[in-house]
Design a protein around this ligand. Sequence first.
Ligand code: F6R
Length: 605
Amino acid sequence: MCGIVGVTGKDNAVQILLKGLKRLEYRGYDSAGIYVNDQDGHEYLVKEKGRIADLEAEIGSDVHGSTGIGHTRWATHGVPSKANAHPHVSADGRYYLVHNGMIGNFAELKKQYLSDVTFKSDTDTEVIVQLIAKFAQTGMATKAAFKKVLNLIDDSSSYSFLLIDNQEPNTLYVAKNKSPLLIGVGDGFNVVCSDALAMLDQTHDFIELIDGETVIVKPDSILIEDTDGKRIERKPFHVSTDASAADKGAYPYYMLKEIDEQPGVMRTLIKHYISEDGSIKIDDNILQSLHQSDRIYIVAAGTSYHAGLVGKELLEKVAKIPTEVHVASEFGYNPPLLAAKPFFIFLTQSGETADSRQVLAQVNEQGYQSLTITNVENSTLSREATYTLLLYAGPEIAVASTKAYTGQIALEAILAKALGELRQVATAADFDVAKELTKVANGEQELVDEKKDIKKIAAALLPTTRNAFYIGRSIDYDIVQEAALKLKEVSYIQTEGFASGELKHGTISLIEKGTPVLAVITDKHTAKHTRSNAQEVMARGANVVFIASRSLAKDGDQIVLPDVHPLLTPLVAIVPCQLMAYYASLQRGYDVDKPRNLAKSVTVE
Ligand code: F6R
């Protein structure tokens, strides 16, 4: 989704902004732009539809500056176009603004205050910059005009803003509400970004902002004010991520690199959370809070939701605690009847998903305890939950989530073991989580080393098909939902992840000669049933591929998975499915790391 970068106090502002925008490319965008100025009154605005490379080609060698702002746009109001790309400029040419988020009442503001202004774009953002200019024209100082506009924006809105007044060339005006934004602290310069990754080449020290605050950033000062204008002092936090962890290295695509990193993620989680003697290193406060609850609610979106489905299996079967899993965008507006002592777990790779965040805001209002499991230290959901556990998976750049899914499940397994031990249930005592996850890591390694076979199967099965099915039962139904999401998001093949027993109740009518059906079989209790369901679709012409655990495999099964603990089979079964999606996307000629219409971090509801 949209990305923001800004810098003040560096001679090479253009290069810093472009590098920052490139680091945010993975989030998904359709146009980009920068504005820079220098102390001598030169200023440049360059915008382009398409990729950062297209923007870079438009930037002439004369474009330079020491202060600037940049943006990648993921269209919400108005089509992707040069005119709708940010930064937007006020009609009098004084103010330049970039914005992430959505202004709920932009049409009302435009009607009430700006009927005499000619607009150049269809965006809600332009309304804001025109309004700031309008108030400044009445004699208001920029800070006052900016704050006045912030007060006019309604509660349904979300924003992070970065504003430049060209009469104050080395100053960035900053504000945020519900959208992420950080100030990066430098020596003689400062930066602003919507994601620390964008500026790790400049600094590792960042100051978080709280909703409603406004900040004035100059090369040697950062002035934070709360809504009442009171000065706030806040120490920076340190981000230890190495900027090179976000590079592709020798890999052609991030998605392949991240699939291959999964065995390493398992080992890192074991190292972080399990001692040599097998005891689990999770903050006792987290475990006690979970222990005191009578029902766990896992709330998440997309792939993280699918990791939650497996989390439910683990928490109920290992720790014996009732657990529900909910799609965040549904839960927030239609919550279930809650148990007497609920505990909430938010699963989120990015830690920024707006759908999950709005649920967390309600959970906080009601005074319930919560835990965010995330890959991004200091992300919004991490800061706003009672507790956080980190995945330590390294930056996930490809839009399609892979290593975060397996990392989340592994951490849920560790949590289930620790909670089960505290609850003194026998199932937990029997679950040697370190040993089982080590087996998983070895199994995943075996699978990522066998890519050629998957590539061949993808080439035979998926090059031209319009639709496909993944089928399975029980824990295999959890797996196929994620497998189908992976395939559809990067290959654009309409894919359903279906409970195989449910096919005959309607959906089997979609099966025709050649329809690809991938049957996942890792659960011994339902293996026979899934095979019968596969026979039913084969009888109707489907092209069936079996993906089965070694101990359940039959002659002729195309993909055989290493045997692992029955509750951890998603961690190995998903690997060939991720690879299948990867190869199908490339074979169909798509950019697998940046699928159309998608964004990595979904910061609007
Ligand atoms: C799919 C994918 C998305 C995310 C979803 C939630 O590959 O990446 O479905 O899982 O947008 O994002 P997070 O986990 O960041 O909350």
